[in-house]
Design a protein around this ligand. Structure first.
Ligand SMILES: C[S@@+](CC[C@H](N)C(=O)[O-])C[C@H]1O[C@@H](n2cnc3c(N)ncnc32)[C@H](O)[C@@H]1O
Length: 592
């Protein structure tokens, strides 16, 4: 079998010494855990950062606060947030249906109610957000893995990405399994643990493991050849029953590998449940749509729209009256927006493939900006391939959805047994396979200046606010700055497209000030006609005031006193228990 040593980043000279010290720290931590099974078989991850990034965030937030943020990022939010499609149905009807679906599921509501809550489903209490429904989960739970060091449990080791999905409620699927104890048969009880990236000697991070490796449940001290024993300490996410034998897990291409019935975090998964009626979306993303304050009949541009979470939220706030142009540079992702709009029964959304860095139509461009060309391969080329761009995905939303339903809502009607059965299955089965409808996304040549009433720039970012996150070591201070550079270029375009008197909203799902406060500073300093506008509702915290001087002499300016209360910064460690997110709203004054 091929050994997959996934090298995650080229060596960075300046990181080598600090990383080897973090490697030795981790070894000594692991040695402690070897001697104590209760600290070994638990979930207590420590988020790994590049040391310079950690220094930067420590300066920005203070060490104690950043430690809390870092810890919060390793846990999922304690609730799932559901936006109800009020064009099709009501919160009450959705609550009724979800209650029935969860009540009839094996591991949904019953588990949640064991925590003593009267009902785990509730309507959001923020005025104007009654169409948002919360389904509360529980955790972290202490799991009895049933073994001491002398008789360790059988184990299944999954990839970090798989583990992050599982912590949000997904099942353990075959492709996510990397290794397994010997002699595992279908129906065996297994502990599921995470394969985390480890620091290499050359400043790289990798999961140095062959898929199909046989795990041993004993400390490496007793048997030095046992792979990844120490590294799994404190990284156990639950106990379940294998659906396949060990051989089957590494033979079949897909399917559920482990039915994880006893989880550290219990959150129902809502993949494809009540399609078209609900959308699983993080609360700050919903607030970003409100901050834009879209009005019926307006023309709105969503510059980085896919998969369409905020686009559809904006359309619903406009009662589907007006025009929203949803652009994204990825053709396939534009198709995802089309599918989602159709599924939600929204008609005010048009889509196009457009590079946000080229959104303003040049004066000599041939076609009209609103003509969407159904051409093949008229791909826009970005010159920023060196700048990575991660994306926020609402947890649990499949990237492409099944065919859209055009059926009208059943409103508050009773839920049929067939509907419950269908959705119950989806609740368990999780993310469906990406299915393309084979459609086409027209390519736009861009738009003339001042052609929109409002523009949303929900920028691609480092995504350092998304949770749960088990590893953050890949971002360096340089890559964090580069994200900010990329975003400033997009903002330069956005500013031109909003008409005088219009609104521009800028948002990211990161805790990185280079992509948040520093971008706002840039915008306010460069464009004197921009001013920060109040946001409603405002439930996030204040932004960071001040500046940061880096060891290499680079200086980053953040907000000025008085500006901090005008933005919304969602702190993952705060009581709201959301992802890390940032929203700034600008009014556009006369541009002369
Ligand atoms: C944060 S996600 C957007 C999430 C989306 N607004 C939502 O709420 O569902 C960022 C998106 O930016 C897109 N993107 C990245 N670079 C882009 C560019 N240069 N032009 C347009 N879109 C871009 C990515 O394809 C990705 O879909």
């Amino acid at each position: 079998m091929k050994k997959a040593r996934v090298l995650l980043k080229p060596s960075l000279l300046h990181r080598a010494t600090t990383i080897s010290s973090s490697a030795s720290q981790s070894r000594s931590l692991s040695r402690q855990m070897e001697t104590n099974p209760s600290s070994r078989y638990c979930y207590d991850p420590v988020l790994r950062w590049d040391p310079q990034v950690e220094d930067y965030f420590n300066k920005a937030y203070g060490p104690d606060h950043f430690a809390q943020i870092s810890k919060a990022l390793t846990r999922p939010s304690s609730y799932s947030c559901i936006r109800v499609n009020t064009v099709k149905t009501t919160s009450d009807a959705v609550i009724e249906k979800l209650t029935k679906i969860l009540n009839e599921s094996d591991d949904g509501l019953k588990l949640l109610q064991s925590d003593g809550r009267s009902s785990p489903i509730s309507k959001c209490q923020i005025p104007g957000l009654e169409y948002v429904v919360f389904v509360h989960g529980s955790g972290p739970h202490r799991i009895e893995y049933g073994s001491g060091l002398e008789s360790p449990p059988k184990e299944v080791l999954v990839s970090r990405k798989c583990a992050e999905a599982v912590l949000r409620g997904a099942q353990v699927y075959v492709p996510g399994v990397l290794a397994c104890t010997a002699h595992v048969e279908k129906g065996d009880a297994v502990a599921v643990c995470v394969a985390m990236e480890q620091p290499g000697d050359e400043g790289d991070w990798s999961v140095n493991m062959t898929r199909g490796t046989t795990l041993q449940g004993l400390p490496s001290g007793k048997n030095p050849n046992h792979p990844f024993y120490c590294e799994r300490s404190g990284l156990y996410i639950g106990m379940g029953t294998t659906m396949l034998s060990r051989a089957g897990m590494f033979r079949v291409p897909h399917g559920v590998a482990v039915d994880l019935s006893n989880r550290v975090f219990r959150l129902p998964s809502f993949h494809n449940v009540l399609e078209g009626e609900i959308f699983l979306q993080n609360l700050p993303s919903i607030i970003a749509a409100h901050a834009l304050d879209p009005q019926k009949g307006e023309r709105i541009l969503d510059m980085c729209a896919a998969p369409g979470g905020k686009t559809t939220a904006i359309a619903i706030l406009m009662n589907d009256e007006g025009e929203i142009v949803a652009a994204d540079r990825s053709h396939n992702k534009v198709l995802d927006v089309q599918k989602l709009s159709a599924e939600m029964g929204l008609s005010c959304i048009t889509t196009c493939k457009l590079d946000a860095l080229k959104s303003v139509r040049l004066p000599n461009a041939l076609s009209d900006s609103t003509t969407l060309v159904n051409g093949d391969n008229i791909g826009s080329v970005t010159n920023h391939s060196d700048l990575s761009s991660n994306e926020e995905m609402a947890p649990g939303r499949s990237e492409a959805e099944e065919n859209a339903s055009t059926e009208q809502p059943s409103g508050g009607d009773n839920v049929s047994q067939a509907e419950i059965r269908k959705n119950k299955g989806r609740l368990k089965n999780g993310r469906g396979r990406t299915q393309s409808q084979g459609g086409r996304a027209g390519k736009s040549q861009g738009f003339p200046p001042n052609s929109f009433d409002r523009v949303l720039l929900d920028a691609p970012c480092s995504a350092l606010g998304l949770r749960p996150r088990l590893f953050a070591g890949l971002e360096t201070v340089i890559s964090l700055r580069n994200h900010g550079r990329y975003q400033r270029k997009m903002l330069d375009q956005a500013v031109q497209l909003v008409r005088v008197g219009g609104i521009l909203v800028y948002s990211t799902c990161t805790i990185n000030p280079s992509e948040n406060e520093a971008v706002v500073r840039y915008a306010l300093d460069k464009y004197k006609f921009l001013s920060l506008a109040p946001q409603h509702p405002r439930i996030g915290g204040p932004g960071l005031v001040g500046r940061c001087e880096f060891p290499d002499g680079y200086v980053e300016e953040w907000l000025k006193p008085g500006e901090e209360e005008m933005v919304q910064k969602f702190d993952p460690s705060s009581e709201l228990d959301t992802i890390g997110f940032f929203i700034a709203k600008f009014s556009v004054g006369p541009k002369d």
